[in-house]
Each structure stands twice: as C-alpha cells, then as structure tokens.
Design a protein around this ligand. Sequence first.
Ligand code: GH3
Ligand code: MG
Ligand code: MG
Ligand code: MG
Length: 312
Amino acid sequence: TEPVDATILADNIERLVTERSRTVSGKILILDDDEDLAGHYQAVLEGAGFVVRAISNPETVLSELSEFSPDIMLLDVRMGAYSGPTVAKLVRFDPEWVSLPIIYLSSEQDKQVQLEAMAKGADEFLTKPVSDSYLVRAAQIRCYRARQLNELLIRDSLTGLLKHSFIKHEVDKEHARCRRQSRSSVVAMLDLDHFKKVNDQHGHRVGDIVIKALANLLRQRLRSTDMIGRYGGEEFAVVLPECTVQEGQSVLAQVCKTFSDLSFHNDGVSLSVTLSVGIAALGSFESGSDALNAADQALYERKKAGRNGVTI
Ligand code: GH3
Ligand code: MG
Ligand code: MG
Ligand code: MG
C-alpha cells in the first residue's frame, strides 16, 4: 500500500468534518431576558435550519429542557434577579443534563467574571455582539460535536441500540405521553432462547454475531419512531408508540418468525436461534417500570410455554 501523507489525510478529514457539521440541524434552547435579542437569534438560527426555542423566564428552564430536549443551550449571564451562572449550576445538578453543552452568550467582558461563570459547569463563553454568520457557525460546530458525543453516551457499542438506562427513560417518557394524551403504546421485552447453549457450543464470538443480527432485524422491521434498546446481555426492550397490543403482537411475531429462519454459520456448522417476547400496553400501568415488569412477566410465561413467539 502507498504511504499516506499525514497532511493530506488531515486535510481530508477536516473537509469531511466541516461539510458534515455545516449540514447538521440541531435543536437549540435560548435563555435570554432580552426578548427582542432572543427573537433575533432565534430567527437567524431558524434561517440556518435549526429548531429553536427562545425563553426569557429562567424559572421554567428545567421544564423547557425536558419538553424540548435541545442539543445545546445558549445562556445569557445577566437576567434581572437571576444570573446565568445560577441557571447553569441548576441545570448541571440534574443528571439528565450533565452532558448538555451550555454556551454563554453575553456582553460581559471581564475575564474573571467569565471564568467564574464557566466554573458553574458551562462549556464556552461567546461575547456579544456576535455576527449572524458567527452565531450560525458556532452553533453548527457545537451541535455537531454534541450529537457525536451523545451517540457514544447513549448507544451500546456492540449493537448501536440504546443502552439500558436510556431505553428505560424512553419507556417512562412514552408512559407519560400515554397518560397525558390517552394514547395506546406498547412495550416489549425480548430474550434469546437457550443462548447459553449457543455460546457453549459455538463460542462467544458467534453469540455476539447472533445478538447483532437481532439488533439489525429490529432496526429493519420496526418503525423509525419506535425505540429499541439492549436491556441486558441478550435481552432487548422496545417501545412501540401509537400501537395497539394486537398490532405489536403481530409485528413482533413476524420478527420472531424471520429471526428463526436466519441461519448462522460457524466452521461449516449451521445453526439457527429463536427468541421469546413478552408485551404489555404501556398506558394500562401506573408507571413505565410497572409496564416493563408486566412485559417481563409475559416473557417468562412465554419461556414456560415453549419459547419462540410472543405472549401478552
Ligand atoms: P432462556 O431460553 O431461558 O433465556 O435460556 P438462556 O440460556 O438464554 O438463559 P439466559 O437468558 O439467562 O441467558 C443468558 C446468557 O446470555 C448468559 C450469557 O452467557 C449470554 N450472554 C449475555 N450477554 C452476552 C453477550 O454480550 N455476548 C454473548 N455472546 N453472550 C451473552
Ligand atoms: Mg440579559
Ligand atoms: Mg436472558
Ligand atoms: Mg435467554
């Protein structure tokens, strides 16, 4: 192979990252007590393709965050009785927002004050006035990086599915939506059948291939609005929003069938694996975790009833 010139490589990577970050469209929460200015930033960022929410009341910041789930937050420093650093501290105190980029946007010039404000857990300090193009580019760079890091944080590296705590959180969020809008959604627990045997007879490497194959099948077969998590080693949890138990049963029964028809090959030996599924109607339970427990109970019943299929 040809030796690679490091400068050319770096140039190519930079071009790629720049292109990608220019096309990223993230969600931005702006908190500024100057409503006119916040409205201007909002218009500029929306013009560049961002989804923006601008608020002026610091007291609503936590509820706005959980409702809007922004990629980054732009924060004013002086807001009447409230200070931006106090808000930053409050936001950082909530484990859900430890990784949210907080970017001050302020006319504060005093470097010492800026440093103190940064010490509350913020990520960057931009000094007003900023040009429109500067604001857009800064937001693109930050959103791109935030999304990249967030993927690493929430996704399981073997399968690319949501990690345990993140799928649980999605279950709770969807449970709240079911209760609020009396909509019907389904939660399911999936577990591979006799998987210890697969590992024992064919090795862990083949076991991992089987786990990845199920993850890929779920991604293919479920809707883009469905949420899929790796709940444990060979256990998965899915949330199917706006779906009846009958519809959920039908789609997951098809997944079971397709999966059992796959054949895996190892050293000239071919094997097939089945899975069992338990499902429950999210809105029928007091909490998301109660619904998950019910799905898990249904899964247990399925295991007793002979595996390879779906039980409600
Ligand atoms: P059952 O049909 O009752 O579910 O039987 P089972 O053998 O599948 O039992 P269980 O669900 O308890 O299986 C857990 C096994 O899954 C144990 C462990 O060796 C295997 N496992 C868990 N995580 C992984 C993983 O990441 N990779 C591999 N290859 N195997 C895993
Ligand atoms: Mg202000
Ligand atoms: Mg298991
Ligand atoms: Mg199992």
